[in-house]
Structures are given as structure tokens and as C-alpha cells.
Design a protein around this ligand. Structure first.
Ligand code: ZN
Length: 735
């Protein structure tokens, strides 16, 4: 049975991949070219070969052979890394994509983010009715190559994916000359923090010997000459549940293979698109920085999600209102209160004002609640416009209320699990709602709704809450049919979900290119990885651990269940610890909110933390003192002078989170501007010498002195009266 939609067809539709250009005349590479002397490649600019491209750091050569499908050369060392091509399980047979007559099938295209896209196509030697398109993207000044393949059917007969002896393989490569191999996981949910974290592991030689695979999604091999090779893939899940894996074998070769859900067994399709993958070669001590720059500049097309804006979210006050003021989550959710919060958020220097759950009448239709906001959100939007601020809105995209038009039009898209349709459930006191499947036609309906909300309210930021990786095993959607098992359908749903989220974001971006989407990963069981970062960002931490995470008793209804819900330094320890992401992925892609509450000691440690990139504030703004609002506003307005430099900076960390000394230097190696945040859990005096040689114009918090040594490094001495201090470099001095 042919499904209603080609597998992942929506994903390929989202980008520029489908632009059809006339094929360029291009010469196929002969096998002899594979052993070409490093650096002796034909210059693509001269038109001698369309099968090579690169930049000042690396060069890619396309071949299409089994063991040298394409190669990556480091200009500096002359070393060439050859990769094996994909292997597809077609009709029960493992078909290696040995590709003949490879040609550039259109001219290189400059993308909006400054990267260039190269597209090649060739015919599968084993199945001439099939062709493989190979898409590569590379930035002008970055060692990372982003790529994906599409298997396309040229003949009338369709392709049927069916398990073969060899699993679906995306890429392979030898790590034989690498003396050390490391795995970087991005979705290690840590109960101590109640947050996802980075987890780095050595891939011991014995793992190759025992053929034990690793999940990644980043694998780094470190060789001689201070040279590292990085391979990664863009998907999302939480450890140890993984959909792709780097298999290892005794010859120290790694193969990126499908674990489950990557295709629907027995499904007949026209086109199969792989996930995006990443390869890079760079000095070992620069590989993380190169990857981080790729994520910041070249992974996403529009750039708006990469700008280090300052955010406010209404949620924490809603919680305080319930647990501290003994009201309800929505008790004071009205226009007067929101306008009051906007006025103060503006004085604090915040730029994106996010209205959490409560702004709508019912899920699914997502109309503004006019009992709370009589003119829709017109007055709210006008006040934000007056301050140059943006409006953000909360959604649970998988819910449609029982009486909603969205449900009436898409009843067939209700979640189904083991033969039973999902019952409606409570959504924060609004009308009961059915869970809806986003791996169905509901994805388009929901995207259209967001576009309508963006048009009607002017909102340009959206946060998605409560989207779990699993939930639907229906045979009537786009993740399998009655010919598949429930498990296959559930896994296909879970595999496709993070890619469908990207599809929705991209569809909204085509209507409103400046939108930003955050995906809430504050609970476990969500799709965390590189894929969503290609479209948006993550909302990392809500309140951190619950009482139960620390084996503490909780009396239901008597108190809120969160440990790190209060002002002071403790919450900041929890929130700063996952800044370890900043080595690989800029911290400003992990929104986390800090508290503005008095006294100054709490404000100092919270503001010195948030400017490290997580950039969020929430809380009861009208209860912050005028002096506190003014001080935070002053600090954040100085931060804005250097925030782009901070976003560009690789993190330098001295000491441990919440230790006696914890210093975080974020100074751009390019501009020498940035900041240093200093913390001491015991208020000990701190002396810190910067690694960089920053600009000399600085601003420091009270009790902090800065001088410059003969080499230009800043020597910072702080009394640390409040347990934290900060210094901005490259800003105007206080007069
Ligand atoms: Zn479904």
C-alpha cells in the first residue's frame, strides 16, 4: 500500500532543495582521481571540475565509489578523509549507493546565512532506475560540511524499503589513524539538575574490538598533527533511546546506521531523504569551536533565532500566584497585569515578552481570550511596539479542544495507542483537549493556525510545551499502515516527530521569516538533539529538580513541588551547570530564566548568570524595587553592547559551578570584547587573570577592580560582597 505521502517528503519541501536548475556540464571522476595528491585538486572556480568545492579551510571531492563516496581534505595538513556512501535496504537487499555519472545538477547557490549549497546527482550502479542526490552546504570560513542524500526513483516502479542483512547506513569512515575517539552526547537527562546535559565519553579501543556502537550525535576522532575529524547527525531523542547510532568495528571503521523508525518497513515511496549529517576536519583544539560556529552561523537559514535577545516569560508569576498567593495559575492573567509587566520588562531592558499558557480560549483554534484581553491582543501589542519589544506566545501544538473547529476538521488525526483513541485531558484549566498527531495532515493545519495567529496578533516568538517523543501508533497517519506492527508505527512516529517540528517551523518562516521557535525540553522524554537546532532553539530548564528528584517528601496540594523556585544563588547553580553545552552549541540557544527579585545579592548572582547566554528573566516584576529595576536595566543595557561578542565567544571556565571560585570568561577572540562573570559560593575574594587580552574600556560591578598586565591580560580583583561580580570589556566606562 502506498502511503498518502512520501516518507519525509515534507522535510525536503521546506528548503531550497527542490529548486530545479538546468544541469551543468560536468565530468565524472575516474577511479584514478581518488588517490590524488592532497591539495592538487582542480579549482572549481576555473570550471575544470564541478565535483570539488571548498573554502580556505577544507575541500570536498565527490567520487561516488563505494569506499570513497566523497572525501574531505584539510588544506593545512593535506590529510584527506574518505567516506563510504549510504547503503539502502531495498526489497530485502542491501543496496550500496555506488553512484555513476556523478554531475553537479545545478549551479552552487548562496544561501541566506552565507553558506553555499552544492548539489550533485548520479545513478545507482546496482539500480539504474534510482538516482541519488547529494546536497552539501558549507560556510565561507568554517571547517564544517553539512550534507544529506535523497534517493530518488526515476522509473514508474516505486522503491520499497524492507529490512536487509545490513542496516540502513548513512555514512562510514575510518578512524584507524585516530589515537583517541570521543563521543559527545547532547541529551543526557540529569536528575540532579532535572535538565538535559552534555555528556562526553571516551570511545575506548575495546569498544571497536567488541563492536559496541555509540549514540553520539557527535563523534570526534583525534589524530596526529593536532588534527580532529568530526562526524555528527541531526536528529533528536533522549539517551539511551536512540534512532541512529555510530557502529564500530574491529578495523576501527565507524558506520552511522539506523536503529529503528528511520523508514517504514514495506513502505513504497518515490523519494527517501536522509537526515542532515555533519562532517568536519580541524585542529583538535579548534574542532568544538568550529562546530559551535557552524551551529551559530550556518546550520539555520534565517539567523533570527541566533540573536541573543533578552526574554521575559509570565509563567513563574503564574506559579507564584498559585503556590505563594493561593490563587490560580490564571487568576491575574489579564490585560492590566500584562501591561504592567510589559512596562517593567521594558525598564529592565527585556525585548521579547512571552505570554505563557492562558492567553487563548481553547487549544486547537488558538483564538485570543477576549475575557482577559477585550480587544484581542491589540493593546498589548501596541504597548510592546511602543517599546520596540516583540510578542511571544505559548502553545501545546499537539492539543485540540473537544469543541474546537480544529478537532472537528481533523478528527482522524487524534492520537491512537494500541487500538484506542486518546481521551481528552485538562490543559491548564482550559477546555479539555485531545492529543493530536503531528505526523499526519494535522501538521499542516497547525502550521497554518500559527501563521494566522502571527498575522492577527503580531507575535513573532512561539514556545512549544509538552511535546513528547512518543504517543501515537495509529495506522491511519503518516507513520505506518495496518501492514506494520504497533511498535513499528510508534517508532516511526517518534523518529519523524522532531523532523515534523522542523517542517512546521519552516512553513511558518516562509510566511514570517523573523519568527523564533523554542522547543520546551524541561522534562524528560522529549526529542533533544541537533535537528531542532537547525530550525529553532531549546527552552532548557523550568524549575530544575522536583522534591522527588531529591527523595524529599511532598504533600500534594500543600506546596509546589519544585526545589529551585526561589530567588538567591541556589537556582543559579542548577541553571549554570548545563552551560557546558556552550562548548558545542551556543548557550543562547538554551533559554533559561533567572530571577529579578531583591535583594541586590540575589540580583547580582542572577544577572551575572543570565548574561552568559541563557538570557531569560521571570518572576513577579511589580514586586521588584525601583532601585532593583534600575540596576538590572543598567547592567543589561551594557550587556547589549557586547552580547554579540559574548554569543560568538567560546566559553572559558575556571573552577566548578557553585564552588568557592567559579569564573566564566566569554571574550571574543575576534573582537576582544565580551565579559567575565565571577561567582563564589562563600563570598571569598577572587583574583582572576583573563586568558584573552580584552579591550581596555570596561565596566565592572561595585567592589571589583581591573588592571591590565604588560601582555594586555586583564587582572580582575573582586571583593565578591554579593557572591558574584561581573566585568564587561569593550563598553563605555561609567562616568
Ligand atoms: Zn499518528
Amino acid at each position: 500500500m502506498v502511503s498518502r505521502r512520501g516518507f519525509l517528503q515534507g522535510i525536503s519541501a521546506l528548503s531550497v532543495l527542490d529548486i530545479v536548475r538546468p544541469a551543468l556540464p560536468a565530468e565524472a571522476l575516474s577511479a584514478n582521481d581518488l588517490s590524488e595528491v592532497p591539495g592538487n585538486y582542480p579549482d572549481s572556480k576555473t570550471g575544470q571540475s564541478q565535483l570539488a568545492f571548498g573554502n580556505s579551510l577544507v575541500r570536498v571531492r565527490i567520487s561516488g565509489s563505494e569506499t570513497n563516496f566523497w572525501s574531505l581534505e584539510n588544506h593545512k595538513t593535506g590529510n584527506v578523509y574518505r567516506f563510504g556512501g549510504p547503503v539502502f535496504p531495498l526489497d530485502g537487499e542491501a543496496v550500496s549507493a555506488i553512484v555513476e555519472n556523478v554531475q553537479a545538477d545545478r549551479a552552487p547557490e548562496l544561501l541566506r546565512n552565507g553558506a553555499t549549497e552544492h548539489s550533485f546527482r548520479g545513478t545507482l550502479a546496482a539500480r539504474p532506475s534510482l538516482s541519488l542526490r547529494m546536497i552539501f552546504r558549507i560556510g565561507p570560513d568554517n571547517a564544517v560540511v553539512r550534507f544529506r542524500y535523497s534517493l530518488e526513483n526515476n522509473a514508474a516502479d516505486a522503491i520499497t524499503f524492507k529490512e536487509a542483512e545490513t542496516p540502513l547506513t548513512y555514512i562510514s569512515g575510518s578512524l584507524a589513524r585516530m589515537s583517541r575517539v570521543r563521543e559527545v552526547q547532547l541529551s543526557d537527562f540529569n536528575s540532579m539538575l532535572h535538565s538535559d546535559t552534555v555528556s562526553k565519553r571516551d570511545v575506548w579501543p575495546q569498544l571497536f574490538a567488541d563492536q559496541v556502537g555509540v549514540a553520539g550525535p557527535i563523534l570526534v576522532g583525534e589524530g596526529a598533527d593536532n588534527e580532529a575529524l568530526l562526524l555528527a547527525y541531526e536528529h533528536g531523542s533522549q539517551m539511551p533511546d536512540t534512532f541512529l547510532r555510530f557502529d564500530l568495528d574491529t578495523s576501527r571503521t565507524t558506520r552511522l546506521v539506523a536503529v529503528k523508525g528511520n523508514y517504514i518497513p514495506g513502505q513504497t515511496i518515490k523519494t527517501f531523504d536522509t537526515v542532515w549529517m555533519v562532517a568536519a576536519v580541524a585542529p583538535t583544539d579548534a574542532i568544538a569551536s568550529q562546530f559551535r560556529t557552524f551551529v551559530r552561523k550556518y546550520m539555520e537559514l534565517n539567523g533570527e533565532s541566533r540573536r541573543p535577545y533578552l526574554f521575559f516569560n509570565t509563567w513563574n508569576f503564574q506559579e507564584r500566584n498559585k503556590w505563594w498567593n493561593k490563587k490560580s495559575y490564571l487568576a491575574d492573567y489579564n490585560q492590566d497585569r500584562i501591561l504592567q509587566e510589559i512596562d517593567i520588562a521594558h525598564r529592565l531592558g527585556l525585548e521579547i515578552f512571552v505570554m505563557d499558557t492562558g492567553w487563548y480560549v481553547k487549544t486547537g483554534d488558538w483564538e485570543v481570550n477576549r475575557q482577559r484581553f477585550p480587544d484581542g491582543l491589540k493593546t498589548v501589542k501596541a504597548r510592546l511596539d511602543q517599546y520596540g519589544m516583540k510578542l511571544g506566545l505559548w502553545f501545546n501544538p499537539t492539543m485540540a479542544a473537544v469543541s474546537s473547529q480544529a478537532l472537528a476538521a481533523h478528527r482522524s488525526c487524534i492520537f491512537s495507542w494500541q487500538g484506542k483513541l486518546a481521551e481528552p485531558g485538562d490543559i491548564w484549566g482550559s477546555e479539555a483537549s485531545h492529543p493530536m498527531c503531528l505526523v499526519s495532515e494535522y501538521a499542516d493545519a497547525y502550521a497554518d493556525t500559527v501563521i494566522r495567529v502571527a498575522r492577527d496578533t503580531g507575535a513573532r516568538y512561539f514556545i512549544w510545551d509538552a511535546v513528547s517523543q512518543y504517543g501515537c501508533d495509529s495506522s491511519n497517519h503518516w507513520h505506518g499502515t495496518s501492514a506494520n506492527s504497533e511498535e513499528e508505527r510508534a517508532d516511526s512516529y517518534a523518529f519523524q516527530l522532531p523532523l515534523q517540528l522542523i517542517y512546521i517551523v519552516e512553513k511558518v518562516k516562509r510566511a514570517y521569516p523573523d519568527v523564533i521557535f523554542d522547543f520546551d525540553i524541561t522534562e524528560t522524554g522529549r526529542a533533544v538533539g541537533l535537528s531542532f537546532l537547525s530550525a529553532g532553539r531549546f527552552f532548557l530548564i523550568n524549575n530544575g529538580p522536583y522534591l522527588a528528584d531529591y527523595d524529599l517528601p511532598h504533600i500534594e496540594g500543600a506546596q509546589n513541588d519544585n526545589l529551585f523556585f526561589y530567588p538567591g544563588p541556589a537556582r543559579t547553580w542548577i541553571c549554570r551547570e548545563p552551560l557546558t553545552y556552550d562548548e558545542w552549541v551556543p548557550s543562547n540557544l538554551f533559554l533559561t530564566h533567572y530571577f529579578p527579585d531583591d535583594p541586590r545579592s540575589s540580583q547580582m548572582v542572577n544577572i551575572a548568570s543570565l548574561i552568559l547566554g541563557q538570557n531569560g528573566i521571570w518572576g513577579d516584576l511589580p514586586n521588584v524595587s525601583d532601585a532593583g529595576v534600575e540596576w538590572i536595566g543598567q547592567v543589561l543595557n551594557r550587556y547589549k553592547q557586547v552580547r554579540q561578542d559574548v554569543a560568538e565567544s567560546d566559553p572559558i571556565v575556571s573552577g566548578n559551578t557553585a564552588g568557592v571560585y567559579e569564573v566564566r570568561e566569554k571574550i571574543s577572540a575576534a573582537s576582544n570584547r565580551g565579559l567575565v562573570s565571577l561567582f563564589s559560593s562563600t563570598n571569598e575574594k577572587v583574583v582572576y587573570v583573563t586568558l584573552h587580552t580584552p579591550e581596555r574600556a570596561f565596566w565592572a560591578t561595585k567592589g571589583t577592580r581591573v588592571r591590565f598586565d604588560s601582555q594586555g591580560h586583564a587582572v580582575i580583583e573582586s571583593d565578591m560582597e554579593f557572591g558574584a561580580a561581573l566585568v564587561f570589556f569593550g563598553v563605555a566606562k561609567l562616568t
